[in-house]
Design a protein. Structure first.
Lengths: 402, 558
């Protein structure tokens, strides 16, 4: 019998059932993930996270990518709002430029060393009348990982050039070897061609900048008190410096690729390079079975890459941002996270209670390659004022940049 | 009734599920595609070609969901950049064999566009040093492996009147050397740069003034004197050396990976040649690093750049880098150990090279190329052209035009003879230096027309006899024959012609080489192949559409 009324009821029931399925599809976790986002968010809005944007230097990418998801998953929150970390990697100097030109407005910056923080303090004060970073504020601006600048050399070649360990006049000796037209023949090794040194582009990469700073200190025979006048008013220094730079074939843009090329091309292209100790550790295994023994050498005075994480002193950083950022920094310096940095990535933890020579530590494994846990013998060159740093950068940019 | 309702219910459920998942469906809908064209140095073809196919088959997409299509073409590294500079090629990615030519490419591009063609530091895909590949007994005669051998030793051997006799091996005859054409191929340009360095006694800081030193010119002329012929690509050159053996070539400038590939073949029983080894020149060499350059050109779009980056990441990924090892390359990924086949069993030494030569400036490279043009081995060339009646129309027009272009590519010092054949055989111009008669030759070629029968064999023999009698054995001697049909009127048979040609093949790499072009579908390819191959030449198949390209390729031999 034909009953249109019942058909209508059925249709309405089916319609409701279909809507039920539709909503259930949005609510059930397996469906939620694939559901159409705008609809999903309309029905159940997620709690608004506090997004902490971080501009960081590329060397520590692997470590950060390993530890940041665990931080986000830990339930860290500010007043019930979960903390989300949004990271972008850049060269250390690019970070400073991006902040100064306004193209990025991050909550935290983390270049490779305090050198950039000092330079930013100088530049931002000139540009904005106030500093975007306050390095003296130990809560908001703190070193998180440490690694010194070292020389990595093929042992056979280092033996010929400076023996067991480079002496106090390392940089003048390097200069003389690089510019000697006889090349390695002057060291009774005519088959090795000319002497080849490498460091990264100091305008793009922190390790390159540290290298030219140490070279400059080396020329002036001091480890502190470097001034802009030492760079601008000394033509002998300038000639000496530019001769070294002219002997370098190519300036890699960052430290990782430079070290990789050291390994893949071997001594035919680089007799020795200036890189971070952590970078050298990272590649120590890869050097085996290629061009002979690769060793690390500590220069007579070094600079430390201490990976400061600084919360910016800027209008766009809210109080919640600051709270969330502090939680993140506390996490990064916590023992388990610092241990990962040591054991897997060869950094020296800022938490000094973590022993460097523990079993499985790279300082234990690669001791035979010249890595030394105790560097108390090694003088540290002073970070000069921002004005001297910026002068050196400008000098390189005008006279070498290629 | 109930069935209809069930159907309706099911439809609604499916529809609602589909709607709720439409975020996913979006990714499945065709979103168009983005094509990345790549021109790359041919020596990495064996490695790259299957990877392109694999990548394309995997349906990789850009962030916007566009399908990435890679189109990769192998080409001589210098030839490809010339194409880009002239505007004939517009690739997204240029991956030459090495970075050596980048300063020149940038200098040229700056003149046209005010900026560099190659910006930033491109990543290396795979590595391999430039080596002198030499048959093992010959290398041993020079003192290998205990004594380091260099470019200067090659020059001394090349200039020695005694050839291999000076090393106690008169049975090996002359020293026969080869490198590719510097205007087309990376290994050619690095060979002549290395010669210039050896002549100047330097390893870096080569200046234009250094090139004026007569010692540089003398050394270059000495090495070039022992060249049997040039060639378009390094891979092709290796093939010829390893196919034809030590009587054809004593040594050639190749890449280490090509030595490994040949030794792998030999050890697997796929080649019956004697072992070949890599010599790392003691003064220094160059690396082929196969940079992956997304060109800084207006035709490259943002999405092509993105897609090119995705393909680059794929090539640098561990499985692909491991494959490179199988083909004899040193992977760019330092975490991959240099294991077999990169070992002494395969003729190489991974602790080498000990040093490199510095890449000179664009101006210096330019001047080295000019110096090479002036010192290179000249060619004595006989062009034999079919002008029988069947060449009527398109054929004679394109043959004439491409021959004109071909003549323009020859140097003034080269000697050229042109023989035309139909029912008769006539000499358009005798074997004399091209310089003084260039315009007259061009005028005569422009006036060629077709008529009569095809006296292919008689014309071949006439050319051969003329060149054997009048050609200078210190020059590259070659015959280029173009024919569009079978022989119809010769007095000689093919066998008679071949017996004379084969008699002289004992000269190995220095024998007269015959290149034959089968023009159009009626040409007798089999006969032309029989004429070309015993001489070390090559047979080409051609048509009015591609005849210019064939002539261009033949030109790379000289």
């Amino acid at each position: 019998m034909y009953t249109p009324r019942i058909n209508w009821i059925f249709l309405i029931l089916f319609g409701l059932a279909a809507i039920g399925v539709f909503v259930a599809a949005l609510l059930l976790p397996p469906f939620r993930a694939v559901a159409y986002a705008p609809l999903r968010e309309l029905i159940i809005p997620p709690p608004a996270p506090i997004v902490v944007t971080v501009l960081y230097s590329t060397e520590k990418q692997a470590w950060l990518e390993e530890v940041v998801p665990a931080f986000e998953a830990s339930g860290a929150n500010v007043n019930g709002h979960p903390v989300k970390i949004q990271m972008e990697k850049m060269g250390s100097w690019e970070i400073i430029n991006a902040v100064l030109d306004g193209s990025r407005q991050p909550v935290i910056i983390s270049p490779a060393s305090m050198l950039q923080i000092a330079a930013l303090q100088d530049s931002s004060t000139i540009q904005f009348g106030r500093s975007l970073v306050i390095p003296a504020d130990a809560i908001n601006c703190r070193p998180v990982l440490r690694t010194p600048l070292v020389l990595v050399a093929w042992k056979e070649r280092a033996d010929a050039l400076w023996g067991q360990q480079p002496g106090a006049s390392l940089w003048p000796n390097i200069h003389d070897a690089l510019v000697n037209p006889k090349g390695w023949a002057a060291f009774n090794q005519p088959d090795w061609g000319y002497v080849k040194f490498g460091h990264t582009d100091p305008l793009k990469s922190n390790s390159g900048f540290m290298t030219i700073l140490l070279m400059t200190y080396g020329y002036h025979g001091k480890t502190s008190g470097l001034t802009a006048a030492d760079i601008l008013n000394d033509s002998d220094y300038q000639k000496w410096f530019l001769e070294i730079e002219a002997s370098i074939g190519q300036f890699e843009h960052s430290t990782g690729p430079l070290m990789q090329k050291m390994i893949t091309y071997g001594p035919s292209v680089y007799d020795f390079v200036a890189v971070y100790e952590s970078t050298a550790i990272e590649q120590a295994e890869n050097a085996v079975g290629r061009y002979g023994e690769l060793r690390v050498y500590y220069p007579p005075a070094t600079l430390w890459s201490d990976h400061p994480f600084c919360v910016l002193n800027a209008d766009w950083v809210t109080l919640d941002h600051r709270k969330a950022a502090i939680l993140f920094l506390d996490y990064l310096v916590s023992k388990p996270v610092q241990e990962i940095a040591l054991l897997k990535y060869g950094y020296r933890p800022v938490d000094t209670s973590i022993p460097l020579e523990q079993p499985g530590s790279p300082f234990d494994r690669y001791a035979a390659n010249g890595f030394r846990a105790d560097l108390s013998f090694l003088p540290e060159a002073q970070v000069p004022p921002g004005s001297a740093l910026n002068t050196l950068r400008d000098f390189w940019a005008r006279n070498v940049n290629r | 009734m109930r069935n209809t309702l069930y159907l309706l219910f099911s439809l609604l459920v499916i529809l609602s599920l589909a709607l709720s998942a439409c975020g996913q469906i979006q990714g499945l809908l065709p979103g168009g595609s983005v094509t990345v064209s790549i021109v790359y140095g041919s020596e990495k073809k064996e490695w790259l070609e299957p990877l392109v196919a694999q990548f394309n088959a995997a349906g990789n997409k850009t962030a916007e969901g566009k399908l990435i299509v890679i189109e990769a073409t192998p080409m001589g590294s210098i030839e490809s950049v010339r194409g880009i500079l002239e505007g004939a090629l517009q690739p997204t990615v240029w991956s030459p064999a090495s970075s050596v030519y980048i300063p020149v490419a940038n200098a040229e591009w700056r003149k046209l566009h005010g900026e560099d063609l190659v910006t930033g530091n491109p990543n290396d895909l795979v590595l391999s040093p430039v080596v002198i590949a030499m048959w093992q007994p010959m290398a041993q005669a020079l003192g290998w492996p205990d004594k380091a051998i260099g470019w200067a030793d090659i020059a001394a051997l090349a200039t020695s009147e005694e050839g291999w006799s000076a090393y106690g091996h008169p049975e090996w005859g002359e020293f026969k050397f080869g490198h590719t054409h510097p205007a087309y191929s990376n290994s050619g340009i690095v060979s002549i740069i290395a010669e210039a360095y050896a002549g100047a006694g330097k390893q870096r800081g080569l200046t234009e003034a250094d090139l004026d030193d007569p010692k540089v010119r003398d050394l270059m002329a000495a090495v070039e004197k022992s060249i049997i012929h040039y060639g378009t690509s390094t891979g092709f050159f290796a093939e010829r050396m390893f196919e034809r053996g030590p009587s054809y070539l004593s040594a050639a400038v190749l890449y280490e990976n090509l030595v490994v590939a040949q030794e792998t073949k030999r050890l697997n029983g796929q080649s019956s040649q004697i072992p070949v080894v890599a010599i790392y020149p003691k003064e220094g060499t160059f690396w082929t690093n196969n940079p992956y350059v997304v060109v800084n050109a207006p035709w490259v779009t943002a999405e092509q750049r993105e897609a090119a980056g995705i393909f680059e990441a794929f090539l640098l990924d561990r499985p692909q880098q491991l494959k490179a090892l199988e083909y004899g390359f040193r992977p760019a990924d330092p975490s991959i150990p240099l294991t077999a086949p990169l070992d002494s069993q395969h003729g190489i030494d991974i602790t080498q090279p000990k040093t490199i030569l510095e890449i000179p400036s664009a101006a210096v490279i330019d001047k080295i190329q000019t110096l090479w043009r002036e010192t290179k081995k000249p060619v004595d060339l006989v062009v034999v052209m079919d002008i029988s009646g069947s060449m009527r129309g398109d054929k004679i027009t394109t043959a004439r035009a491409s021959l004109l272009e071909f003549v323009k590519k020859l140097d003034d010092r080269d000697r050229l003879q042109i023989i035309l054949f139909s029912s008769k055989i006539s000499t358009l111009t005798p074997l004399t230096p091209l310089g003084p008669k260039r315009q007259q030759v061009l005028n005569s070629v422009a006036g060629i027309f077709e008529q009569g029968d095809t006296k292919l064999y008689d014309a071949t023999l006439a050319a051969y006899q003329d060149l054997a009698a009048n050609g200078n054995p210190d020059h590259i001697r070659a015959i280029v024959i173009l024919s569009d049909g079978a022989d119809t009127a010769s007095n000689q048979t093919l066998d008679e012609v071949m017996s004379q040609i084969n008699a002289a093949a004992g000269e190995g790499g220095n024998a007269i080489k015959i290149f034959t072009i089968a023009f159009g579908s009626d040409a007798d390819e089999n006969v032309l192949k029989q004429i070309a191959e015993p001489t070390g030449g090559k047979q080409y198949k051609s048509s009015p559409e591609n005849i210019q390209k064939i002539y261009d390729e033949i030109a790379t031999f000289f």
